[in-house]
Design a protein around this ligand. Structure first.
Ligand SMILES: C[S@@+](CC[C@H](N)C(=O)[O-])C[C@H]1O[C@@H](n2cnc3c(N)ncnc32)[C@H](O)[C@@H]1O
Length: 282
């Protein structure tokens, strides 16, 4: 995989700008559900997830025909940790990935972070493993000490993050040296025909299903838009490399509809290089 740091920076800037445009440029009839007066993009995103929280899981199952849970299991499988490890689930939402991760560490624990109180309410109410602690916080300012976690994952959320580079640096900060971060996200299939078919479904059909199942048509019109300016798999790998991760690999699922990016921290918190970790997918 050949990637360049300059491209990376540009992608991150474009991503921020485009998210701004798609939120602030929303038409009133679309925006009805997105707005009121909200001063910050992250407030808009949090408000949106607060509104769809109660029906989020059902809408996801319908939109992905249940595949989303299999993808979460595949992501958690990339974390090769001991039974007593301490893991971090970023943007945990209703906790689907947190519960899969918690089962991996029966003698350890998972800290699950999200800034939407309503998504966390649903997460807390779901049955499942008890070794999960839920935190309401912004993943751009995590309430944890440096080098706390043995591994981390994020599911279907990076598209909503206003500054991907800042997020990656914050994740790297709280991971122990040599620990792995797995990011699971919708991506852009490389095959042109498959990409066209997927985009037709994603931009035209999915908002209808999501709107009907999730009860908030405007929210499900907005959510696919967050893929427009999101980096493709190579560019996202470049962002990982530029922002503190080494041994970066990605795995495409379903012909690239979903991508799992895997990176390992290779620096101690004070910036010293340490011995490289294992290439998980080499
Ligand atoms: C599409 S949901 C994904 C939830 C879950 N990870 C899953 O796999 O279903 C995105 C989640 O990211 C959260 N989120 C977005 N930006 C965030 C941020 N900056 N800090 C914390 N949570 C954030 C939203 O509140 C929402 O719950």
């Amino acid at each position: 995989m050949r990637v360049r740091a300059e491209q990376t920076q540009e992608s991150a800037e474009n991503h921020s700008k485009r998210l701004e445009v798609s939120v602030e440029g929303a038409q009133p009839q679309q925006a009805g559900a997105l707005t009121g007066y909200l001063p910050h993009k992250s407030d808009v995103v949090r408000d949106l997830f607060d509104r769809i929280a109660v029906r989020y899981d059902r809408a996801n199952t319908m939109m992905t025909a249940g595949m989303d849970e299999l993808w979460r299991v595949a992501a958690a499988d990339q974390l090769h940790v001991a039974d007593d490890a301490r893991l971090l689930d970023l943007c945990c939402g209703t906790g689907g990935l947190s519960r899969v991760m918690a089962r991996k560490v029966p003698e350890g624990s998972v800290d699950a972070v999200d800034f939407s109180s309503k998504m966390l309410d649903v997460a807390r109410a779901r049955p499942g493993p008890r070794n999960i602690e839920w935190h309401q916080a912004d993943v751009l300012a995590l309430p944890f000490e440096d080098a706390t976690f043995d591994g981390a994952a994020m599911g279907f959320s990076m598209r909503n993050i206003v500054d991907i580079g800042a997020c990656l640096r914050e994740v790297a900060r709280v991971l122990k040296p040599g620990a792995t971060f797995v990011n699971l996200e919708i991506s852009k299939p490389p095959n042109a025909l498959w990409r066209r078919l997927f985009y037709f479904y994603f931009y035209n059909v999915l908002p209808l299903i999501g709107g009907a199942a999730g009860g908030d048509a405007a929210a499900y019109r907005y959510l696919p838009q967050s893929l427009v300016s999101f980096p493709d798999a190579d560019a996202l790998a470049a962002l990982f490399q530029a922002d503190k991760f080494a041994h970066v690999r990605y795995v495409r699922l379903m012909g690239g509809i979903v991508a799992m990016h895997i990176g390992t921290t290779d620096r101690a918190p004070n910036g010293r290089s340490i011995a490289p970790g294992k290439d998980l997918l080499a």
